[in-house]
Design a protein around this ligand. Structure first.
Ligand code: NAI
Length: 506
């Protein structure tokens, strides 16, 4: 195998630089690490050596391989030591001016054929390249933390980047055992842009008092299969990092409502309640373990009322079958009897609107989220409206918990929790495709590897049916009168004519 780059320089020996140095040396390249703090280089070398020794102890690396890797990881004392390098990866402080002046210095030292890349996560690749003599030789190479475990890298073309440079960087990524995805130079690139749907919509739900953060985490883990709920994720990444990412992407897109930040994270950041690393974020931590508030118990109901299901309920037949399996007395009349618990299953609309439009008694009306097939979820979610009687709420809760499945009861909201979050994720992903930031396939790969979602966002949309996602969004837009829910043209066109969200015109 011919290596795409046999001599590589890494500038900045922090968390990212050392990880990139590790995988580049493992691929067989000679790597020179440089940092303005000489002790940072020594520390990074030591840390990488320890990683390799651990892999040797576990039998995952042969002793000879470890010796070879170590011999290929060099410390550089000054930029002039890097003159022979074919590739320079910058992973220094996230400041535009400092990065620009570093690259100008590097251009003076390196051969004209050398390729320079930045690991920036929030600055424009084109802006960093603006002052360079050879912007065609410059690109973004965005890794994720921790680099050896997060097996994806975004290869970002600035306005003037030569496509051959991106191809060579992609080849090198594969040689390092990573999967490259190609992105245009846009705020957040692919992964941080696609990730906006999950966290920002979850914040809005909590800020509206629809459910508390622990309930939102439970619902999204159990209904969709996310490994971590959005608030567990916030605690892990810490708000001093994620709040700034949210704000940066929002402002860089000129206050696009889809990415609107939330006062919850601004306030918590100001109060220093930033996450697990300080012992308290959304959850409190003792010895690294989160205290999770208990779930409300299933109420005991002596006299279960009969149940009537709206003819307009989503997935009505499976819902009736589920009620039968749970042993409910099902009413079949054209309207509910005066005793009946009245069930609606809206897509996008709130329970209040449905009760009014369908002329149902709101005091006895409860909603259930049927977006996902019940058998594919570990939790059912019910919603009351402001008039729902407590005996009706309790009856619905007890009935749907009869087979032991977890049930959450939330306050009324357009689209429940899962519909809002999933529709927002699919919509933002569709808009990334609409803007041609990357191919649908690269989007799916980037999100699954970079965010560990149970499936790609477009696959999620296809599984539910783009028409259903579209219906949720149109109705959310009506309920909230908010442009953040307007469907991306990519989703609207494909949903309207029944095409897959992976479908490209050409
Ligand atoms: P860090 O703070 O751990 O390390 C930065 C290192 O750069 C420090 O050792 C510092 O001494 C050195 N440095 C600062 N200015 C320098 C200069 N002018 N010349 C040479 N060395 C200099 O930072 P981290 O987390 O490794 O991030 C580095 C870059 O990678 C940033 O641009 C960041 O946005 C990006 N990034 C960070 C991710 C993360 O999760 N930490 C993920 C993806 C990208």
């Amino acid at each position: 195998m011919t290596l795409a780059f046999s001599k590589v320089a890494i500038i900045g020996a922090g968390a990212m630089g050392r990880g990139i140095a590790q995988i580049a040396a493992q691929a067989g390249s000679h790597v020179w690490l440089y940092d303005t703090q000489a002790e940072a280089v020594a520390k990074a070398q030591e840390a990488v050596f320890q990683q390799w020794d651990k892999l040797k102890e576990k039998g995952r690396l042969a002793p000879e391989a470890v010796a070879d890797h170590k011999a290929r990881l060099h410390a550089a004392a000054s930029l002039t030591d890097l003159a022979e390098c074919e590739l320079v990866v910058e992973a220094i402080v996230e400041k535009l001016d400092i990065k620009k002046s570093l690259f100008s210095e590097l251009e003076k030292v390196l051969s004209p054929s050398a390729i320079l890349v930045t690991n920036t996560s929030s600055l424009s690749v084109t802006a960093i390249a603006a002052a360079l003599q050879r912007p065609a030789q410059f690109a973004g190479y965005h890794f994720f933390n921790p680099v050896p475990l997060m097996k994806v890298v975004e290869v970002i073309a600035g306005l003037k980047t030569d496509p051959a440079v991106c191809q060579r960087l992609s080849e090198f990524a594969r040689q390092m055992g990573h999967t490259p995805v190609q992105a245009q130079d846009t705020p957040g690139f692919i992964v941080n842009h696609a990730g906006r749907g999950y966290s920002t919509e979850a914040l809005r739900i909590v800020s509206e008092g629809v459910a508390d953060f622990a309930t939102v985490d439970r619902i999204l883990r159990d209904q969709v299969g996310f490994k971590l709920g959005p608030f567990e994720l916030f605690d892990l990444t810490a708000l001093d990092v994620s709040h700034h990412v949210i704000e940066a992407i929002y402002h860089q897109y000129y206050e696009e409502p889809r990415y609107r930040p939330n006062v919850i994270t601004a306030q918590r950041l100001a109060g220093g309640v930033v996450g697990k690393k300080v012992g308290e974020g959304f959850y409190k931590y003792t010895d690294g373990k989160a205290h999770v508030p208990d779930e409300p118990p299933v109420p005991t109901v002596e006299n279960m009322p009969p149940v009537w299901v709206s003819p307009r309920a989503a997935r009505r037949m499976p819902l009736l079958q589920l009620l039968k399996d749970l042993g409910a007395k099902i009413e079949t009349g054209a309207s509910p009897s005066p005793e009946a618990l009245t069930l609606v299953a809206p897509l996008g609309f709130d329970v209040t609107t449905v009760a009014v439009v369908e002329r149902l008694d709101p005091a006895r009306t409860v909603g259930i989220d049927m977006l996902f097939d019940d058998a594919s979820t570990k939790r059912r979610v019910l919603a009351t409206n402001p008039a729902t009687r407590s005996d009706m709420r309790d009856a619905a809760h007890a009935l749907f918990a009869r087979d032991g499945k977890a049930v959450s009861v939330i306050r009324d909201s357009g689209g429940f929790v899962t519909q809002r979050v999933v529709a927002t994720i699919v919509n933002i992903a569709s808009d990334i495709c609409q803007q041609r930031i990357c191919t649908p396939q690269d989007l799916e790969t980037a999100v699954m590897l970079g965010l560990a979602y149970p499936m790609g966002p477009l696959a999620m949309g296809n599984r539910l049916g783009p028409d259903s996602v579209l219906e949720v969004l149109f109705n959310l837009q009506t309920v909230y009168g908010d442009m953040r829910y307007r469907p991306s043209p990519w989703l609207r066109r494909r949903g309207a004519i029944g095409l897959s969200l992976m479908h490209t015109e050409d």
